[in-house]
Ligand binder design. Sequence first.
Ligand SMILES: Cc1cc2nc3c(=O)[nH]c(=O)nc-3n(C[C@H](O)[C@H](O)[C@H](O)COP(=O)(O)OP(=O)(O)OC[C@H]3O[C@@H](n4cnc5c(N)ncnc54)[C@H](O)[C@@H]3O)c2cc1C
Length: 379
Amino acid sequence: MTAYDVAVIGLGAMGSAALFHLARRGRRVVGIEQFEPGHDRGSSHGESRAIRLGYFEHPSYVPLARRAYENWRELERLAGEKVLTVTGVLEIGKPGSVIVEGSLAASRLHGLEHEVLDTGEIAKRYSQFTLPRDYSAVWQPDGGFLQPELANALHLKLARAAGAEMLVNTPVLGVEPTSGGVRVVLEGCVIEAANVVIAAGPWIAGLVPELKPHLVLSRQVLCWFAPREPDAVRLGKLPVFIIDGEDDIAYGFPDFSGSGFKCASHHGSGIWTRADEARQDAGPADEKRMRDFLEAYLPAAAGPLKNMRTCIYTKTPDEDFVIDLSPEDPRIVIASPCSGHGYKFASVIGEVLADLAIKGETRHDISRFAIGRLRGAVA
Ligand SMILES: Cc1cc2nc3c(=O)[nH]c(=O)nc-3n(C[C@H](O)[C@H](O)[C@H](O)COP(=O)(O)OP(=O)(O)OC[C@H]3O[C@@H](n4cnc5c(N)ncnc54)[C@H](O)[C@@H]3O)c2cc1C
């Protein structure tokens, strides 16, 4: 008999959610994390992540997004803490914007509540934006933001309460299928588990080498500004928004914690070849890029800089996720590369990963995320 039913490698967004779902289903489960949970070297730090239903990336994400909302609300209920704040989301774009068109297509196909706004209507509701007259927007009332550090910590807390064990500051060096299970190799010892979930985020190619040629680690920078007009960007006044502008796509959040107005470009500024190369090295060029964007579209927010943090997107060539059983061995579940838009789904991806580790299948449609589609596709 193996020591554990399931070992979960990586306790960021996806791993902490998987650990929770496995533990609550009574599985003997261990989570293994190379750093302290909540660290700022991966993809899940920075105070807020956008969540929305009308999914411009592809309408097939909408059922998963619906389930994600349910699971976040359940996490809140079980933990007695709030992780999801609904502000509405405003997706603004130039004529022909893929974000506006895609959001509209997903909203119509799935009968989601939404409104299409021209700049006159946007100005009536949100006069803080300064937009070219031919821009338009899709408004979705159920959009909002999650608090990733808190939500990950709550998944881990509830997992532990349900019997999960955790090894932190413990890097996994390798994963070796054996006749009786899967061996997880640590420094100086091994752990035996019947199944393994690899949720290693930007480090995943180190444990799943077949992913390596397909992934790009994009350097992303989050900026916090002390707003010129604090009232214009406070919670209740400003929704979560994304602007598909002339030269950049950027998004922002209301200042809900007093740490300032947070915004970021969706386009990266540089590539790291290994996640260990990532540094907190944001500088004046990163600030200028965001400041220029704000001066163009939301000048009320463009006060003095308060903070900047770098973070990693792990991108596949088509920017869809990879969630699948390993082609090498179906006892190994692969999850993570979420191409910069995965956080909102962590609550349902945890459920999916638990399904896959326990039964080898899930009732959720994850066909879009099959690893086999990457064959021949190089990032
Ligand atoms: C700047 C930025 C903004 C984003 N905005 C949004 C947004 O608004 N909405 C949205 O939905 N998504 C957003 N995302 C994407 C989302 O945050 C990520 O998809 C998600 O956090 C990825 O979670 P993960 O569990 O795959 O990776 P991580 O959270 O990085 O977790 C991976 C964990 O595995 C551990 N690990 C790796 N290798 C090993 C090993 N060998 N042994 C032990 N442990 C290991 C790492 O230390 C890490 O803790 C954003 C991402 C970034 C960077």
